[in-house]
Every structure is written in structure tokens, then in C-alpha cells.
Design a protein around this ligand. Structure first.
Ligand SMILES: Cc1cc2nc3c(=O)[nH]c(=O)nc-3n(C[C@H](O)[C@H](O)[C@H](O)COP(=O)(O)OP(=O)(O)OC[C@H]3O[C@@H](n4cnc5c(N)ncnc54)[C@H](O)[C@@H]3O)c2cc1C
Ligand code: FES
Ligand code: FES
Length: 469
């Protein structure tokens, strides 16, 4: 069971009222994309009495420019940030950090505000926003306040946010044209990997010399840390190889990494130095945007990646029916509001094409389209789909004709046991809706969040490319 009550407010004021009223009773949580909340619940975190789902509040998923500051709404997802021209032009380290989060399906639901609120020292957007000198604005029925990052982040997964407060804005000054920055992450694989160490670097130049330096590292201390000694080593100097070596060596003064399942403290120390050097070399050589594909794969099909607002406010007690447009038909799933969308589709809708591989966002076997956007059903509450439109693999064929991706998978032998196949098909069909003739590179990006343990990926990629032909 996800929670006893699931509240879908219609406006920010309603959300704040609900937070205040239920916070007084204890055990209330906000849920946005749910990509952290549902994993925590799956791993045994205490069930909240009430979840307040803010993910369909209108107008809060925009990146805007006001008074020389860039404002990121609390519902801006990582993929929306990657697609934002303002972030691309003025906040390159943030774009790179958002692009490194999870997989396309995670980036289509996970928000930057949720990333900050979770406050894991490994979270990727925090160092990037930190070097951009970002602030967070919190709102509650008691009013608003704005905090700097050092004021907001208090420790491992601890922030200054009170239980009845919501992040309503993340904002930072437009950097001067003389500033440039970058972000680098090292994980154990290319997608779906928590940072072993990450770094964001922002430098402002006076001619060729560094006027101001900001360096923030993640996964090397209980919170993200700035590296003041390394920053000081750069200010007033040219970015020569010797100067870069000095700065890289001095990040050691800021970090206290620990041994854990992913890496030893000694390895993290080594990595911190290596990626500081790499980041500074990129900036010295002007290579920080090298290799970036201008039109990255989003897996948001024909949409622009923005979800429609909720049709009406609702409070769904556990075991309520959930009504949605499912594969084109208006359907009511009984006794479903306390389930994940994955369980509701399988156990109440009898759509067993949606598979559970991991139940925590790692394998992509449960990929479905929510209002046209690829998401993971295991990390989506069924109640989130109330009044929305969902498409599963059962909904792809039309008039007894398979979707071209289904045909190509069958013809090319891109299936062995078939367990992962519905997830791959949904991601691939979403890619084809987004760009009808994908390249092999684009096909690889599209299925970065889908794991197959037996076919191997060659035939799968070939089938996707062929489907586009
Ligand atoms: C498979 C997988 C891979 C991942 N990979 C990465 C990765 O590579 N890098 C990375 O940094 N993260 C990663 N994550 C973590 C997660 O996706 C991000 O932290 C995401 O940004 C969380 O946003 P959300 O909207 O889903 O948050 P939710 O899960 O909805 O909420 C997370 C927390 O934030 C609170 N919250 C949400 N919105 C607000 C708000 N506006 N105001 C106040 N509190 C709020 C919630 O109450 C909750 O405590 C991964 C997660 C999964 C499952
Ligand atoms: S990602 Fe949902 S079951 Fe694995
Ligand atoms: S075909 Fe068996 S897991 Fe992919």
C-alpha cells in the first residue's frame, strides 16, 4: 500500500492547505515524480498516511527568465530542463547534470525540486545548481522564504524544509557572458548509475585569467561540498596545466569520502582529483560542449514532455477505484488507488504485458506511456493516472496490425525469453513517434533505461533502426 489517502490538489494554494492540514496529523509527504518516494516505500520506508501529489499542478513546470534570474518551477523534470533553451544557453553544468540522471523514463518524471528535497550527497543537480549560486524558495500557508544552498542543505538527506513547506522556485542569476562551466559524473555504468563522484565547475574569466572559481563535488562527504582551496588556487591565474594540477590536488582538502558498496574512500579520493583535472582541462580548451547531441532523445513521443493538469481535485482513500483512459477506452480499475500503476494494470486491469523486473526503476520492463510520455509503471502511483491516459504494449497494435517496432522485433529475432520485450517495445515506439527514422545511436539512447538479460542488444538496436525504415 502506498498511502492511506492520496490527494490530487488543483492549485498551489490547495496543495499548501493540504500540506498544512495533514502535516498537523503527521506522516504526510509531497510526491512529485515519485522516483525517490516510491523506491523508498518499496525499500520499507514508513508508509505516509497522506501523499499530496503536486505533479499535475498547472504552470509549475516552466523555466523562465525574470529580473535577470533564471527560475525553475518545482515540476520541471530533468528532461524538460535538458530541452530548455535558457538552461542550454546559461546553465551548461545543470543541463549536463540533468542529462546524467537515471534513464529517459526517470528523467520524464523526476523533478529538479525532488532531487534537491531528497538531498542525497550523490544527487547530480545539487553541485550544478550550487556553482550557479542557486537559491530555493519555500512556500507554506505561513508565507514564503528563500534560502541559499548552504542554508538549505543540513546533512545527509536533511534539509531546512519544514514538513508543511514546498519548494516553489529554484532560481539563480544569469551568469555573465564571460563565465563557463561544466559537470562530470563517474558512475559504474553509463545509465542508471548513482554517482561515485561528481563535480560541477563554474569559472568566470577576465580575459584569459580566472576572475572567479566555483567548484562543488558530490558523493565525497555527507553533503555536496565546495572546494575553497582549489577555487583559490585558480583565481587570478591562467588555466595552465601546472595550475590545473595544483587545483586538482587541493580538492583533497574539502572532501571526506567513505567506503561503501560502490567504491572505497581511497578510490573516491583518486576520482575526485581526476575529474577535477578533466573538468578544468575541458574549460581550458573550450571543450565542455563537445560531443553533445543538439536534439537528444526524450522518449516523450508526440508530446512536448509537459503533462496536462489534473481534470479535478480529488482525495482518493486507499482501495478507491481509479478511472483512466487505458489503451483508448475509458476504464475503471477497482480497488486500485493504493497500488502502483504496475500492480493496478496487472492485477486489476489484467494487462500482463506490463512486466515487473525490479520494481524500483532499474530495468524498464514496466515502461508505459502516461499522457503520451514514457514512464515507469512501478514508480508511478495508480492514483497518479486517475483521469489520465495510459498506453501499454497491448494498446500498440491497431486494426489487427502490429506496430512496426513489434514487427521488426519479431522479424529480427530481437526477443529471446521475451520478459523485457514489452518495455523495449514501448520505449522504441515512443522513439519512433518522436523521430520516425532513428539512428543506431538514437536507438541506444532510447533504450538506455531498458535491461535485457538474454538477447544481447545488437538485434534490438537493429530492429529499432529497421522499424524506422
Ligand atoms: C532508477 C533510478 C535512477 C536514478 N538515477 C539518478 C541519478 O542518476 N542521479 C540523481 O541525482 N538521482 C537519480 N535518481 C533519483 C531521483 O530520480 C531524483 O532524485 C529525482 O529528481 C527525484 O524527483 P521526483 O520528482 O521523482 O521526487 P519524488 O520522489 O516525488 O520526491 C522526492 C522527495 O522530494 C520531496 N519533494 C518533491 N517535490 C517537492 C517540492 N516541490 N517541495 C518540497 N519537497 C518536494 C518529496 O516529498 C520526497 O521527499 C534515480 C532514481 C531511480 C529510481
Ligand atoms: S523499472 Fe519498473 S519493474 Fe523494473
Ligand atoms: S529477451 Fe530475455 S530478458 Fe530480454
Amino acid at each position: 500500500m502506498i498511502s492511506s489517502y492520496y490527494i490530487i490538489p488543483e492549485s498551489l494554494d490547495e496543495a499548501l492547505d493540504a500540506l498544512a492540514a495533514h502535516a498537523a496529523l503527521g506522516s504526510t509527504r509531497l510526491i512529485a515524480g515519485g522516483t525517490d518516494v516510491l523506491v523508498e516505500l518499496d525499500q520499507g520506508a514508513p508508509r505516509p498516511r497522506t501523499l499530496v501529489d503536486i505533479s499535475r499542478l498547472p504552470g509549475l513546470d516552466q523555466v523562465t527568465l525574470q529580473d535577470d534570474r533564471i527560475h525553475i518551477g518545482p515540476l520541471v523534470t530533468h528532461n524538460q530542463a535538458v530541452a530548455s533553451p535558457l538552461i542550454r544557453d546559461h546553465a551548461w553544468p545543470l543541463l549536463r547534470a540533468c542529462w546524467e540522471v537515471g534513464s529517459p523514463q526517470i528523467r520524464n518524471r523526476g523533478t529538479l525540486a525532488g532531487n534537491l528535497a531528497t538531498a542525497s550527497p550523490a544527487n547530480d543537480t545539487i553541485p550544478a545548481l550550487w556553482v550557479l549560486d542557486a537559491q530555493v524558495t519555500l512556500a507554506s500557508v505561513r508565507g514564503r522564504r528563500t534560502l541559499s544552498f548552504p542554508e538549505f542543505f543540513l546533512g545527509v538527506r536533511r534539509t531546512a524544509r519544514a514538513e508543511d513547506e514546498m519548494i516553489v522556485d529554484i532560481h539563480f542569476p544569469v551568469p555573465p557572458p564571460t563565465a563557463r562551466g561544466t559537470f562530470i559524473k563517474v558512475g559504474l555504468r553509463r545509465a542508471q548509475a548513482i554517482s561515485l563522484v561528481n563535480i560541477a565547475v563554474w569559472l568566470d574569466f577576465a580575459g584569459e585569467r580566472v576572475r572567479e572559481a566555483r567548484i562543488a563535488l558530490g558523493s565525497v562527504a555527507p553533503t555536496i561540498v565546495r572546494a575553497p582551496a582549489a577555487e583559490a588556487a585558480l583565481v587570478g591565474h591562467l588555466l595552465t596545466p601546472e595550475r590545473i594540477e595544483q587545483a586538482a590536488a587541493r580538492v583533497q582538502e574539502a572532501i571526506q569520502p567513505i567506503d561503501d558498496i560502490r567504491a572505497s574512500a581511497a578510490y573516491r579520493r583518486h576520482l575526485a582529483e581526476v575529474i577535477t583535472r578533466r573538468a578544468l582541462e575541458q574549460l581550458a580548451q573550450g571543450r565542455e560542449r563537445e560531443g553533445w547531441v543538439e536534439d537528444p532523445v526524450m522518449l516523450w513521443g508526440h508530446t512536448d514532455g509537459h503533462y496536462p493538469p489534473a481534470p479535478q481535485p480529488q482525495t482518493l482513500p486507499a482501495h478507491s477505484p481509479v478511472t483512466l483512459r487505458l489503451n483508448g477506452d475509458l476504464i475503471t480499475l477497482p480497488d486500485a488507488s493504493h497500488l502502483t500503476l504496475l500492480d493496478a494494470l496487472r492485477e486489476r486491469g489484467f494487462l500482463t504485458g506490463v512486466k515487473e523486473g525490479c520494481g524500483e526503476g532499474e530495468c524498464g520492463a514496466c515502461t508505459v506511456w502516461l499522457d503520451g510520455i514514457s514512464v515507469l509503471a512501478c514508480l508511478t502511483p495508480a492514483a497518479r493516472a486517475h483521469g489520465a491516459e495510459v498506453v501499454t504494449v497491448e494498446g500498440l497494435a491497431h486494426d489487427y496490425r502490429l506496430h512496426p517496432v513489434q514487427e521488426a522485433f519479431a522479424q529480427d529475432g530481437a526477443v529471446q525469453c521475451g520478459y523485457c520485450t514489452p518495455g523495449f517495445i514501448m520505449s522504441s515506439a515512443s522513439l519512433l513517434a518522436e523521430r520516425p527514422h532513428p539512428t543506431a545511436e538514437e536507438a541506444m539512447q532510447a533504450v538506455a533505461g531498458n535491461l535485457c538479460r538474454c538477447t544481447g542488444y545488437t538485434q534490438i538496436i537493429e530492429a529499432i533502426v529497421e522499424a524506422g525504415q
